[in-house]
Design a protein around this ligand. Sequence first.
Ligand code: ZN
Length: 73
Amino acid sequence: MTTCPNCGSDKTRRGGNTIWIVYLVLIALAIPAVLLLHFNAALAGAIMLAAIVIAHLVIKQRVCVDCGHQWQG
Ligand SMILES: [Zn+2]
């Protein structure tokens, strides 16, 4: 199990600011693509899910639930 390098807590989860920025960018791209360009909504959703999975694999950022520390790994 992964422990926090800052406080030693084992209550950690994937996420962090980098992942949130990826989510926001994806949403900001998907909404106008669907509404303005009439892009297929189901296809846009599938692409977003794939991009989120890839982002988690690439970024590997973790957050400590107890102290809020964020680190790579
Ligand atoms: Zn911690």
